[in-house]
Design a protein around this ligand. Structure first.
Ligand code: CMP
Length: 136
């Protein structure tokens, strides 16, 4: 049965700064994702705090929000069959050191903070995160 989904992807400041956004987008399109919408923006720290609110009790929350708001990012709505899981597979483990060969974080990630990409972790969160960046 078909299960067309949308998920939110962010190309983080470390990757945009190294001009990797085109290469990362090509990885997604070669894997069969349709980039439905995209924009390059820079968000404020309060906006990052709202976006990552699920992590507000974590010790890394402040650094994480400072980092996401530290430079331009590319936010995208990706669409494909089972897009949420497929995106998580192509991104690889959160910590690039643990990411499998062939994944985006293995290839481009610098550290657990500068791990080049974010992707929604569930269908419900994908809807919330897509709405956060693309309200209209
Ligand atoms: P992301 O998928 O964007 O979701 C939250 C981010 O927090 C995660 O990627 C990491 O970049 C960052 N982070 C920093 N430290 C940790 C940690 N110890 N565990 C999980 N995520 C972390």
């Amino acid at each position: 049965m078909s299960n067309l989904e949308q998920t939110l992807s962010i190309i983080k400041p470390d990757a945009v700064e190294r001009n990797l956004d085109r290469e990362i987008k090509e990885i997604f399109t070669h894997k069969g994702f349709n980039i439905v919408k995209e924009k390059k923006i820079q968000i404020t720290k309060p906006e990052a705090e709202q976006f990552y609110k699920v992590h507000e009790t974590k010790p890394f929350y402040n650094d994480l929000c400072a980092y996401l708001s530290s430079g331009p990012i590319v936010v995208m709505i990706l669409e494909k069959e089972n897009a949420v899981l497929a995106n998580r597979e192509i991104m690889g483990a959160t910590n690039p050191k643990e990411a499998k060969e062939g994944t985006i974080r293995k290839k481009f990630g610098i550290s657990i903070d500068k791990n080049s990409v974010h992707g929604s972790d569930s269908v419900d969160n994908a809807k919330i995160e897509i709405n956060f960046f693309f309200k209209d």
